[in-house]
Design a protein around this ligand. Sequence first.
Ligand code: SF4
Ligand code: SF4
Length: 361
Amino acid sequence: MLNIVLSAMRQNLATEVKALAISCGFDLAGIAAAGPLAEAEHYMDWVGRGMAGRMGYLTDERAEKRRDPRRLLPAARSVVVVGQLYNAPLPYSRTIEDETLGWISRYAWGDDYHDVMKRRLAELDARLQVLAPCETKICVDTAPLLERPLARAAGLGWIGKNTCLINQQRGSWFFLGELLTSLDLAADSPAADRCGSCTRCIDACPTAAIVRTGHDNPTWELDARLCISYLNIELKGAIPETQRAGMGRHVFGCDICQDVCPWNGRAATTGDPPWQPRVMAPPLEQFATMSAVEFQRLFRGSPIARTKYQGFLRNVAVAMGNAGAARYREPLEKLCGHDDPVIASHAAWALGRIESESTCA
Ligand code: SF4
Ligand code: SF4
């Protein structure tokens, strides 16, 4: 009898906490138990095979911490996992054919989600303390947690072959965040995998970055070193020449494997102000003449600040080369004289690409 009462209390409290999360502005909320994650074995293996490239924050001593959320909060009994929809009601990048425009991943159109999510999780934490005082820790992206496996365990969705979390009703355009808590809350059930025999994301990836693992769980994984989002955001300095042509006109991130996913065909959209675009499809010629001060002014508080000025102009130069239009000769010639050697060398590569295309034509 006592067990039944305790179980009902855990369930009621979990329901109240999830309702609180939704009232704080999150679109999805679920509960996972705080304990060892089976997916950690594959993660450590993935890291060990060098798939994370130069992303030291994924591979250093913090990698081990991802095995169990209690390594971040020893008292944790549960993880409240929240999803924040960022899908502004605007076209997918692949539909923008105008060669004068670059592509920016839709998660980066608006404000930096780390700040917004942390603010909303802090509000959830404050309201939770009124409901049931407890130890907590707020995590968003940068904390060493396996966020997607936790979201899966909390019933928010399944991890697709494109490695994104997919919610059956609303698609995959979600940021994830977590509130670790010492409260013992009833956990949700994991969502079923609904990728089935679909391979659209694998077929559409321009750089063949979604690769077979050689086993069943999971069957597919991301070789981050091949992924455009890694090349144009995470990789600092020079991009290997052999990989530049595959980057197309992406100047920050890449959405293709989500754009083509059938579960995003009718994905939910949001009018939430932080995710509405400051810049959605940058005019390449105009951005090629941007100064460092203008870059900082435009992208302060935006995820794009992560590339810094050098990385952004490097990406703009590569995109202009891949657009292959004669109109970019002049701006690229100017960039070839840029003080920054990385920007100048990528502009020279892009110019060479346009010249060789016009010679071949
Ligand atoms: S983000 Fe782009 S490059 Fe990376 S896996 Fe998806 S489609 Fe491929
Ligand atoms: S495109 Fe198909 S295989 Fe890829 S994540 Fe979506 S449903 Fe899964």
